[in-house]
Design a protein around this ligand. Structure first.
Ligand code: SF4
Length: 222
């Protein structure tokens, strides 16, 4: 079976650097990570543009914004009332640190992750996206594309949950923060463009590693 590092190199060779996360500040990245739950990135961009136009892309101003008008501003992201509450929950927590990413910089990753997961509306994928992309911590972000691609390749056996999959990457991929950043972005790109629900195996740079294509070859020649 291919190593997780070899798959990273193959993805990097075929898609090139992704330069994530799309966002100008750490705060914008954190807000984007919350808003992107269950919606396309294009819709998140619309909401972020609206917040920017209203001068609300700074934590104190956003925290002061009434929940109802905040919900209307982020309407393009869907589930906007719930997401407005999630943003406020995050900001309640962030305010205890003086809205300062520099202050979060002094806290170890395990404690930060536990605190983020304690915020109502922040799950593992959102917490880890904030840790990796806003706070530059070496944590692997697992998402549905990770499960699909690595399940098909055969690295995952099926049935693994978030924590087990993340632990596998932490143990078997010795990359640094920049490589963890690239790897998740490459997986998202590959899952959207090639290893889709209906996979484009003939154009896939991972085909030589993939149990899914190998089983199809056996099926077609048998
Ligand atoms: S060969 Fe097909 S199933 Fe395997 S990773 Fe590529 S697109 Fe996905």
């Amino acid at each position: 079976m291919a190593s997780i590092a070899a798959i990273y190199r193959a993805l990097y060779a075929c898609h090139g650097p992704q330069r994530w996360w799309p966002g100008e500040t750490d705060f914008e990245i954190a807000i984007g990570a919350i808003l992107t739950q269950n919606v396309s990135w294009a819709n998140v961009e619309k909401a972020i543009r609206r917040l920017k136009e209203e001068g609300l892309l700074n934590p104190k101003a956003l925290h002061r914004e009434p929940a109802e008008s905040l919900a209307q501003l982020i309407r393009p992201t869907g589930y906007y009332n719930q997401k407005a509450k999630k943003l406020r929950n995050f900001l309640d927590w962030f305010s205890a640190y003086g809205y300062s990413f520099a202050r979060l910089g002094g806290i170890d990753t395990g404690r930060l992750r536990k605190e983020l997961l304690g915020i109502n509306g922040v799950g593992p994928e959102t917490a880890d996206s904030i840790l990796l992309y806003a706070l530059k911590r070496r944590v692997f972000v697992v998402d549905a594309y990770t499960m699909r691609i690595f399940g098909r390749i055969g690295v995952l056996g099926g049935g693994e949950g978030y924590a087990e999959t993340q632990s596998l990457f932490h143990r078997r991929f010795a990359g640094d923060v920049a490589e963890y950043n690239e790897y998740h972005a490459l997986i998202v790109n590959h899952g959207k463009s090639v290893c889709k629900k209906k996979p484009l195996c003939a154009e896939c740079c991972l085909a030589r590693y993939c149990a899914f294509t190998a089983s199809r070859r056996v099926f077609l020649s048998g």
